[in-house]
Design a protein around this ligand. Structure first.
Ligand code: 8Y4
Length: 301
């Protein structure tokens, strides 16, 4: 009885095909679809490699796959629409058959429309649907999920002129407004997840302030996603290059989940999933609602 009531209280993420249970932390595995410049296999080889990566990440314990066709590393060039479509759509068409929710990292409404038609479950947008037509595209779908991320300025310029002042307050007000605007277009609240956008136009100190004060972000009553994997703030505090940031990335993922994130976006699925199992084993013995759950049922007054 109380189990049912309690279960119903857990947050869920409504997506195209899946109602995702957020009572345990979910691992979103990163799948980059970029042209394979080291082989002359062409387009088909790129699709096949991305699908093999999808299967590997699922075998390692990914709960969601995030497919992206444009590198969003600071300073990377934009990918033309036709090129992004040609990279991503064939992968999504196949990946949706793997049985797991498929997220697509894009900010272009045309790509959103094409991947939703191909069966994608979630739109993950670093622009938080600020590109013209993007919000209407998501709102035009009956139930796809969406992750709204905060970014200061744009990928080309964000590192030159990072945010000033209180990043937490700014991220909160931006995302609250974005989520409200989207609901005004008819998107149910349960379809929306928020993300502070670690590294996107923030200083190292601001990124860690967003982690330290993540509980404040939770004052907005949405599930939160955190993306720390291999990012430069981890390089800044460890001195390690991008290919040696596994330990730092796993630590950041666990800290983010312990501070309330429900989904972590990561490259290293196997190690992150193992670390989160350790976190869950602890959590099972110290549930946050322990006091309420264990209190004797109130008798008649
Ligand atoms: C090494 C590898 C160093 C990758 C940096 C990076 C987020 C995101 C990205 C995020 C959400 C990245 C698409 C940046 N980060 N989407 N996307 N949240 N929702 N850089 O934090 O991974 S791309």
């Amino acid at each position: 009885m109380s189990v049912v009531a309690r279960h119903a209280d857990w947050p869920h993420w409504r997506t195209s095909r899946f109602l995702l249970d957020l009572s345990r932390p979910l691992v979103m595995g990163i799948v980059n679809v970029t042209p394979d410049s080291f082989s002359d296999g062409g387009r088909h080889a790129g699709t096949a490699a991305a699908l093999a990566h999808c299967e590997q990440l699922l075998a390692e314990g990914a709960d969601i796959l995030d497919v992206g066709g444009e590198s969003t590393r600071p300073g990377s060039p934009a990918v033309p629409l036709e090129e992004e479509l040609a990279r991503v759509v064939p992968v999504v068409r196949e990946a949706v058959r793997l049985g797991a929710p498929i997220s697509v990292d894009t900010y272009k409404p045309e790509v959103m429309r094409a991947v939703l038609d191909a069966g994608a479950d979630i739109i993950n947008d670093i622009w938080a649907l600020r590109q013209p037509g993007a919000a209407q595209t998501v709102a035009g779908h009956p139930r796809c999920g969406v992750c709204l991320m905060h970014m200061h300025r744009d990928p080309q310029t964000m590192q030159q002129l990072p945010m000033q002042g209180d990043a937490v307050a700014e991220v909160l007000s931006f995302l609250e407004r974005s989520a409200q605007d989207l609901q005004a277009l008819g998107v149910e609240k349960t379809r929306i997840v928020l993300d502070a956008g670690i590294g996107f136009g923030k200083t190292v100190a601001q990124n860690f302030a967003l982690l330290a004060r993540q509980a404040q972000l939770k004052s907005l009553d949405y599930p939160w996603l955190a993306g720390w994997s291999r990012k430069s703030s981890l390089g800044a505090v460890t001195g390690l290059p991008v290919d040696q940031r596994l330990g730092a990335s796993v630590a950041a993922a666990v800290l983010a989940v312990d501070r309330g994130a429900r989904i972590v976006r990561v490259h290293d699925v196997r190690d992150t999933a193992a670390a989160l199992q350790v976190w869950q084993a602890m959590q099972r013995e110290a549930p946050p609602a322990a006091a309420a759950d264990q209190a004797p049922a109130a008798g008649p007054a």
